[in-house]
Ligand binder design. Structure first.
Ligand code: FAD
Length: 302
């Protein structure tokens, strides 16, 4: 059984993982885009079959398009609707699922189609257990976005006239931390409580620059120590990432952290404790002091 899928995008075209998931089910892959035209153009070149775009949003937040997106996607009667696990995307997916009377699942590790419907494996209790569910009607899934793929073909962007709901952005103030979308990063350097001072983040930033990576952290570094923004911590209550390469540096590797990096293709861990749990899940285990190993790695990468 093949399944026709719609992907909903609210301003961030990082949907590589969603396209792979949709393609694995064999049906058509269509995308509904809310946001600037450039986002629709990027998605149209990412290896999908159809892209619809709801026009320039101006000062209107993506959430204002919830009903028009829900109506357009529901009219196509998809078997599956996907969105990346980001704030605005979640709102649009929820509205569409309600319109389709479809259940919404999050933390899904795999999805397949059999003769009767869809079968999803979902991680539950913070990754301690996995639940298998079957769904006979349409289904909506929240997944990690993944880097946007570059495909060889581009499809035309179809513009749909849309009247958004009455919400307007009147002011935007930047937070004191630089925002980051870890889900779209191909390489991530994660730092934990093995770092002694905030000033020592300079070592981590230098490695990230050399590796062309984003900097992330364990939860205590962002909540408690407050050395990095809360959008930079990874784990069950933080970001779930799917990079090609993840460095776990001075991170013990507790379950609550590791469930956020299980989608990483390669994990390199640095820890002074040879029995640190992180080494059970790492592909490359460097037992040693981060203050010696990180500068050495940075120099080697340069
Ligand atoms: C409900 C709940 C939700 C949670 N959600 C999250 C979450 O989403 N994300 C998350 O990260 N955590 C989460 N936690 C916290 C989690 O359980 C761990 O406490 C946390 O991940 C530990 O962070 P850490 O590895 O940085 O620190 P630690 O566990 O203190 O580990 C520090 C590590 O650094 C090593 N080290 C020390 N010095 C050096 C050195 N010089 N060189 C190299 N290595 C060194 C140590 O050997 C140690 O392994 C959650 C906890 C709860 C209860």
């Amino acid at each position: 059984m093949s399944v026709n899928t719609w992907i909903i995008v609210a301003g961030d075209p990082a949907i590589g993982n969603l396209i792979d998931t949709a393609r694995s089910l064999g049906g058509s892959v269509s995308v509904a885009v809310v946001g600037p035209r450039a986002v629709a153009d990027t998605v149209a070149a990412a290896g999908v079959d159809k892209v619809v775009w709801f026009g320039e949003p101006g000062a209107v937040p993506a959430e204002a398009y919830a009903t028009v997106v829900a109506d357009a996607v529901a009219a196509a009667t998809p078997g599956l609707v996907l969105a990346a696990n980001r704030a605005s995307d979640r709102v649009l997916l929820g509205a569409t699922a309600a319109r389709l009377q479809a259940p919404v699942l999050a933390a899904v590790s795999s999805i397949t189609a059999d003769g009767a419907g869809l079968v999803a494996n979902c991680s539950v209790f913070g990754g301690i257990a996995e639940e298998t569910v079957t769904v006979t009607g349409p289904l909506a899934l929240l997944l990690e976005g993944g880097p946007v793929p570059a495909a060889s073909t581009t499809v035309p962007v179809e513009e749909l006239p849309a009247t958004p709901l009455g919400i307007t952005v009147v002011e935007t103030k930047p937070s004191s931390f630089e925002q980051v979308d870890l889900g779209a990063a191909p390489r991530v350097v994660g730092i934990g409580r093995g770092l002694k001072t905030q000033e020592d983040l300079a070592l981590i930033n230098a490695l990230a620059d050399a590796a062309k990576a984003e900097v992330a952290c364990s939860r205590p570094v962002a909540e408690g120590l407050d050395w990095l923004g809360k959008d930079r911590y990874i784990g069950v209550s933080g970001a779930h990432i799917t990079p090609d390469l993840y460095f776990a540096i001075g991170i013990s590797g507790q379950l609550q952290h590791m469930v956020g990096v299980r989608g990483a293709k390669t994990i390199v861990a640095i820890n002074t404790d040879p029995n640190a749990p992180v080494f059970k899940e790492a592909d490359y285990c460097l037992v040693g002091d981060l203050y010696a190993l990180v500068p050495a790695l940075t120099a080697a990468l340069k």
